[in-house]
Design a binder for this molecule. Structure first.
Ligand SMILES: Nc1nc2c(c(=O)[nH]1)N[C@H]1C(S)=C(S)[C@@H](COP(=O)(O)O)O[C@H]1N2
Ligand SMILES: [Mo]
Length: 461
């Protein structure tokens, strides 16, 4: 089979969806085209996705079939038809996989300098994400593991009554520990689905995981130093050296408003899933601000400064971890004044079983689905699933979180009218009524907050 041609039609979709539609569907399309994929066009599209499409009539124009999207054609999908698309640029490499001690080799490498890897959705099928499956996001060099974790020092300074230096050992001895399940999610999760493409690691939906974290309340440690009324923002520093090798240049230094820092769920943590926090995840000690962009959760924490204004370290300014206040024209030049710091993450759901590209036995009539959903500072009110390109939706059974900021698992069962190619779509609605959009919402140059509905391709028979 020719991977090259598959890639080509996918690239054409990314480049010019209307034109790709015309190619795939075998004719020019108008703005109101819906359905009526007859004869040759239907055969062409079916060949592209690997099977008959029972709900072809509901397939939206310009939609990149899930079987061809995300750079990973569904298993078993034959080559897309040869078309003028063959003139598209040479096929890029397929996904590269992570090779890192203790990590599942199915993690997808998004970058090796700095090291960044995401988790395929089907690996997020556990209530608590095992460490081996948890995504990795670094901005700088990975420090060597600490020789003696309990001697690790953290400084607290700035707008405090007294500057404090405390070791991890002292933190463990002095303050009451708590263990909670929190989702940690990269601010760029979902970036791959922006059109035009946004700059940065092309996360699909796997820049997130839910672990069980043990540590103390950040508020308790800050109170020990005495938070002055003038303290309105934190500034975090870690031990990782900048990629340039310049030891004086912080790799990433983010902060949060003091209210978030004082929240009982904001923690200094040293254990993940009951094990000492692995070095790659910021061990021996890191911050954890659940529900907020992962970039706030400083790894290898060495210092917290309290500031009397919004922090302006690397990762706080320009378009870095910032989102538009008012929507902007996708691809346009962005105005820095129209941007604010990214804080809470938007609502998202992922289907964790079956896997994208799953092949199911012929004659299967009932398809069982599992997944996870979360919504930043909010909770998830409902998750709906569809197997007919969104023509009809069915409510999934949604579990309660074990504690605030835990993800909510869901299950659903859908009835398949016949064998063929299906897309399973999932959309979550948060407790304030915001629902995941069909396409990534408010475009921004670095692609934050993209939370388009999750779609997977399933081939029955
Ligand atoms: N010191 C330090 N902390 C950091 C980062 C970093 O590069 N350096 N990356 C941040 C980002 S962008 C994310 S998404 C999370 C990722 O945490 P993980 O690698 O444990 O999954 O850590 C955050 N904390
Ligand atoms: Mo991130």
């Amino acid at each position: 089979m020719s991977g090259k041609i598959e890639r080509s039609i996918e690239e054409l979709y990314q480049d010019d969806a209307e034109r790709a539609d015309a190619v795939a569907f075998g004719r020019e399309v108008g703005p109101s085209r819906r359905g009526f994929l007859g004869g040759g066009a239907l055969a062409t599209m079916s060949a592209a996705v690997g099977g008959a499409i029972p709900f072809a009539a509901f397939m939206p124009g310009g939609l990149i079939p899930a079987a061809l999207a995300q750079g990973q054609p569904a298993a078993g999908a034959p080559a897309a038809p040869a078309a003028p698309a063959a003139a598209a640029p040479a096929a890029p490499k397929g996904p590269q996989h992570l090779n890192f001690p203790g990590k599942d080799p199915k993690l997808v490498l998004l970058g090796d300098r700095p090291l960044v890897a995401e988790t395929p959705a089907e690996l997020l099928d556990d209530a608590i994400t095992p460490i081996g499956k948890f995504y990795i996001r670094n901005n700088g060099q990975i420090p060597d593991p600490a020789a003696d974790p309990d001697k690790w020092k953290i400084g607290i300074d700035g707008e405090v009554n007294k500057t404090v230096e405390i070791t991890l050992g002292e933190i463990k001895a002095k303050f009451k520990a708590q263990t909670r399940r929190f989702v940690l999610e990269c601010g760029g999760n979902g970036r791959a689905f922006f059109t035009p493409a946004a700059r940065g690691n092309q996360w699909t939906n796997g820049g997130a995981g839910c672990a069980q974290w043990t540590g103390v309340r950040l508020a308790d440690v800050l109170k020990m130093a005495g938070v002055k009324p003038s303290a309105i923002y934190t500034a975090h520093y870690g031990a990782d050296v900048h990629l340039s090798g310049d030891a004086k240049r912080p790799t990433l230094s983010r902060g949060v408003p003091i209210a978030k820092a004082m929240d009982e769920n904001s923690m200094i943590v040293w254990a993940m899933n009951g094990e000492p926090l692995p070095n790659i995840h910021g061990g021996p000690v890191r911050l954890l601000y659940p529900g907020w962009t992962g970039s706030a959760s400083q790894k290898w924490l060495t210092r917290i400064a309290l500031r009397d204004k919004e922090h302006d370290g690397p990762g706080m300014t320009g378009f870095s971890y910032r989102v538009p206040i008012k929507p902007m024209v996708p691809g346009d030049k962005a105005d820095p004044k129209n941007f604010r710091v990214l804080m809470s993450m938007p609502v998202r759901s992922i289907i964790t079983s079956p896997a994208n590209g799953a092949k199911i036995a012929a004659g299967t009539k009932e398809l069982k689905l599992r997944g996870a959903s979360w919504a930043g500072d909010l909770t998830v009110k409902k998750v709906d699933v569809s197997i007919d390109f969104g023509a009809t939706w069915k409510a999934a059974k949604l579990e309660k979180p074990a504690n605030k900021y835990d993800w909510q698992r869901f299950t659903a069962s859908v009835t398949l009218p016949s064998d063929g190619y299906y897309e399973v779509w999932a959309r979550a609605t948060d407790s304030k009524g915001a629902m995941q959009p069909h396409q990534s919402g408010i475009w921004n140059p670095q692609g934050y907050g993209g939370n388009a509905m999750h779609r997977i391709a399933v081939l029955v028979g």
